[in-house]
Write a protein that binds this ligand. Structure first.
Ligand SMILES: *Cc1c(COP(=O)(O)O)cnc(C)c1O
Length: 181
């Protein structure tokens, strides 16, 4: 988000960046305090791609909704890893990237809530209900659909597998350090 917000700033928009604390946590108070009456959008990663720490998206969504500001979330790191239920979290925009869940490269998706104001980035043809000009890459889109289907079917199995790997790694590290002590 750094580059797109810098570009917005160049066009005269005011951008407020809220840093996380030392342990990677976002202060909800700082977020609430930063939202002004003329704030157009809040954008937050659902999970960070460095440490994959999840942000409390439900609470963030609640703050944005209370203030009447649309919320975008970058869900690239969580898609296919945890359940995403858009009936349970009230947000307006959500983006995912295909290749992070084993779909082909070069395809992703932007969810746009039906009631959200939306101005397309790419203008031209009327593709995708005027939301993104350009002929769709149908093969990749089908690939993303299939990848999402497989990821959803294997979600809990995959969570167990990764948890086992993490626990084994953690145990090995602790044993190594204890052996040295
Ligand atoms: C990988 C990643 C992106 C970028 O997606 P690409 O399709 O690879 O450009 C954006 N946000 C997060 C959190 C990511 O992990």
């Amino acid at each position: 988000m750094r580059k797109p917000t810098q570009e917005l700033a160049r066009h005269g928009y005011e951008v407020t960046v809220i840093d996380v604390d030392k342990s990677g946590r976002l202060s909800l108070r700082a977020l609430a305090d930063a939202i002004r009456p003329d704030t157009a959008l809040v954008s937050v990663m659902w999970a960070n791609n460095g440490d994959r720490r999840d942000f409390p998206i439900e609470e963030i969504a609640e703050i944005a909704r209370d203030k009447g500001v649309p919320l975008h979330t970058d869900a690239v790191q969580v898609a296919g890893k945890i359940p995403i239920n858009l009936r349970e979290v009230s947000l307006q925009f959500l983006s995912i990237s295909g290749h992070k869940l084993h779909a082909p490269k070069g395809v992703g998706a932007l969810y746009v809530n039906r009631r959200s104001r939306f101005h397309p980035l790419m203008l031209g043809g009327s593709h995708e209900n005027n939301r993104r000009a350009g002929t769709e890459n149908a093969a990749s889109i089908v690939g993303l659909g299939k990848a999402a289907e497989i990821a959803l079917a294997k979600l809990s199995e995959e969570q167990t597998r990764v948890r086992t790997l993490r626990d084994r790694f953690e145990k090995a590290l602790i044993e190594k350090f204890q052996a040295r002590a």
